[in-house]
Write a protein that binds this ligand. Structure first.
Ligand code: URA
Length: 426
């Protein structure tokens, strides 16, 4: 049947269901450049506004997988386990998690991304380690994975190329937050990557793409369904993203904090989530091991050092620091009852940790350091945040983002912290 982009857009614009043929055609034609960016942008917006049913999402995902190659880890002696986060602020969990799960006996192929909007990207963080390379050939990726048990790298050009184009287009057309588009984007890459099991960290809250628990549940169950239908054992944890994870948001700042976790220290919420996700990954891969022990006895740190070195990085090199700092002080004495993840993410991005345009470089040292977390008692004038950047002209713009980012209530105000893990969907 002859197809054209205008009639596919019109179907979705008028709240119709896209047929399997329409979906296969539009994804293939867009990947080949026959459907233009402006037409795909219109279709994405129609999907964001009018949604897709389960059949459409499954077919859209299958078409994205079929747009490229599939990887094969069947030669590895260990079971594969992977995790994917839907994106948050201060979400450095992949860094300690991948070596930790590898230290417990799984193979962890972690294809990661760069920052999207106000959320940080794992590759941008690791690139602050002198010498470390994100771009590996498929052979290099397998060799690092085989040799160390874990690899964190960029997805090769051949893997779900439709997603590469769509991801970049959605970022600049305000169509990121559509559940069908997020679910198909994440799951096409993970299924094409060929992992045997997958744990999804679905973030909920101001700093996440899903602001409500209902939306997060829908996204999680859509992705679990897609993974299960493709033979990938998939589990999702819904986790809190109303406040940043840990005490840092920014590339080198987050690497430093991750190394602290691997050394047996680090902020309690980062340690708790790392261990919760590690337990799920090991369980899904059928491995019985205690990740808390591998963190405490240094074996996760050993894998980290080997993994970084295998990708050209120097695990002992000093991490870059920003040239300039600006301290934000508490404006009163009392209990910090809110520290907003979205505002802190925007501030880190404005300081240079993220990009304004796809091709922009990021600053390795830029970001925000937190000196208190919700529930802590603070005194007027004490440092609350330190802003880091190489370009001090950015401070004013970042300060606008943090001006409304926190609330300090009267001393003694009762405060109940949200649990780190809110729900589990399998
Ligand atoms: N991560 C992805 O890979 N894709 C999305 O759409 C959102 C987060």
């Amino acid at each position: 049947m002859a197809m054209d982009a205008v009639s596919v857009i019109r179907t979705k614009r008028d709240r119709g269901e896209l047929s399997d043929e329409q979906i296969d055609w539009v994804i293939d034609a867009y990947t080949r450049g026959e459907v233009a960016d402006y037409q795909m942008a219109a279709l994405n917006m129609a999907v964001l506004l009018n949604g897709m049913n389960r059949r459409e999402i499954a077919r859209w995902t299958a078409a994205m997988i079929a747009s490229g190659e599939r990887m094969d880890f069947s030669t590895l002696s260990r079971p594969t386990a992977d995790k994917h986060s839907t994106g948050g602020v201060g979400d450095k969990i992949t860094l300690p998690l991948a070596p930790l799960v590898a230290a417990c006996g799984a193979a962890v192929p972690q294809l990661s991304g760069r920052g999207l909007g106000h959320t940080g990207g794992t590759l941008d963080k690791l690139e602050s380690i002198p010498g470390w390379r994100a771009l590996l050939s498929n052979e290099e990726m397998l060799s690092v994975l085989d040799g160390t048990g874990a690899v964190i790298c960029a997805a090769g050009d051949g893997l779900a190329p439709a997603d590469k184009k769509l991801y970049a287009l959605r970022d600049v057309t305000s169509t990121v937050e559509a559940i069908p588009l997020i679910a198909s984007s994440i799951m096409s890459k993970k299924i094409a990557e060929g992992t045997g099991s997958l744990v999804l960290d679905v973030k909920v809250g101001t700093g996440a793409f899903m602001k409500t628990i209902e939306d997060a549940r829908e996204l999680a169950s859509t992705m679990v369904g897609l993974g299960t239908d493709h033979g990938v054992k998939t589990v999702a944890l819904l986790t809190d993203m109303s406040t940043p994870l840990g005490l840092t948001a920014g590339n080198a700042l987050e690497v430093r904090e991750s190394v602290e976790v691997l050394a047996g220290g680090g902020p309690a919420d980062v340690v708790e989530l790392t261990i919760a996700l590690a337990r799920e990954m090991l369980d899904a891969a059928g491995i019985k091991a205690d990740p808390a022990k591998a963190l405490a006895d240094g074996s996760a740190m050993d894998v980290w050092r080997r993994m970084i070195a295998a990708q050209g990085g120097d695990p002992d090199a000093a991490l870059p620091t920003a040239k300039e700092q600006h301290v934000v002080k508490a404006r009163s004495t009392g209990v910090l009852t809110r520290l907003d993840a979205y505002d802190i993410g925007i501030a880190a991005w404005r300081l240079g940790a993220g990009r304004a345009r796809k091709e922009d470089p990021v600053q390795a040292g830029a970001g925000v350091e937190l000196h208190a977390k919700p529930g802590d008692t603070v005194r007027e004038g004490q440092p609350l945040l330190t802003l880091h950047t190489d370009t001090p002209e950015r401070f004013d713009y970042a300060l606008q983002a943090v001006a409304g980012a926190y609330d300090i209530d009267a001393p003694g105000t009762a405060f109940t912290a949200s649990p780190v893990v809110l729900e589990r969907i399998a």
